[in-house]
Design a protein around this ligand. Sequence first.
Ligand SMILES: NC(=O)c1ccc[n+]([C@@H]2O[C@H](COP(=O)([O-])OP(=O)(O)OC[C@H]3O[C@@H](n4cnc5c(N)ncnc54)[C@H](OP(=O)(O)O)[C@@H]3O)[C@@H](O)[C@H]2O)c1
Length: 352
Amino acid sequence: MLEHPLPSLRWGIIGTGLISSWFVEDLILDRPNKVANHIIQAIGGSSLQKAQVFFEKYPSGNNVSVYGSYKELYEDPNVDIVYIGTPHALHKTNCLDAIRAGKHVLCEKAFTLNSAEAEEVIAEAERQGVFVMEAMWTRFMPLVEKLRELLHQEKAIGDIHRASCDFSLPMDLSSFPSTSRLKNPALGAGSLLDIGIYSLTWVILAMETNFGHEQPKILASQVIRDEIDIATTAILTYSHGKQGVVTASLSTTSPSSFCRIEGAKGFVIVDGPAASMPQSFTVHVHNQEPVKYEFKAPGRGYYWEADAVALDISANKKGNSVMPLTETIRIMSLMDEIRRQGGAVFPIEETV
Ligand SMILES: NC(=O)c1ccc[n+]([C@@H]2O[C@H](COP(=O)([O-])OP(=O)(O)OC[C@H]3O[C@@H](n4cnc5c(N)ncnc54)[C@H](OP(=O)(O)O)[C@@H]3O)[C@@H](O)[C@H]2O)c1
């Protein structure tokens, strides 16, 4: 019997910073039970030298094209999909340029600066008939799938009443150059878009059986320093008195037990080095021994989202069901509201 070949995707990577290096390292990892082949076809940097240095540091094959501009990469007929690993404020333009060149797109979180930009990108992808997805990789982890099954199908802790999640990462912003994407408001810096988006995602994964079945009311506060939000707290209130608490800070450190989900019959604690990288969770049901679920895998785990993208594209889909485009727009609009109340404004929004 003939075996079906695995779907293959030829990736063009733009941006030669931290996340692009992690993504490339994971994609070329030799791992068991692969469901797709990932080929690094091209690297595009803002200069040829940066792209070359990146390629030499993270070697990804003999036939990789190395470009000193993103445009050349968009125009490469051998690239199927563009992975966007640039600062938040550039995502809209990078996405639109890649989409208009006929490429599929996987764009890092936060997808754009705000929901209006996200809608613009998604509408263009629909017009051009290409696949697009926000790279919220944590959603694709087997841990998250198992946790949601226990919470929402098996009702392991009964009705869920509250969830809280923290992602805090102390950053000595005064030591960063003003051009840093973590400091420069014009590049989309701030706790919410950079790390608070994970806290928001966990609360939504915990509280919502069907994403967006109900739009929670938001009460939010942010600490603004040097024009960026260095801390964010938001309370999401759902019907029947259910609440989610979302926190993020650039001044302090999250506990390894970064997320707590409370239900009528018990609670769940999720652990890991950060909210983006869960490694285990423990289910505590009243009057029973706690049960710990641990998840180990090679690399960091960016290949799960990449595999999902490859399977979707081979099935001619234009979006993904784990990170739906409607959900990307909703997350962006929830963050718009958090910033409206909290006070973080990006310079480009002040001129609109
Ligand atoms: N999924 C995750 O786990 C994860 C982790 C970290 C970050 N991220 C996301 O990934 C994106 C990039 O973050 P990062 O930490 O990789 O940033 P980074 O290390 O600063 O890299 C960003 C890259 O974007 C390019 N770029 C183009 N114009 C730029 C400009 N004006 N200023 C700075 N860089 C510019 C640069 O490469 P070239 O000049 O060569 O083009 C730069 O190396 C963000 O959306 C962030 O939220 C995701």
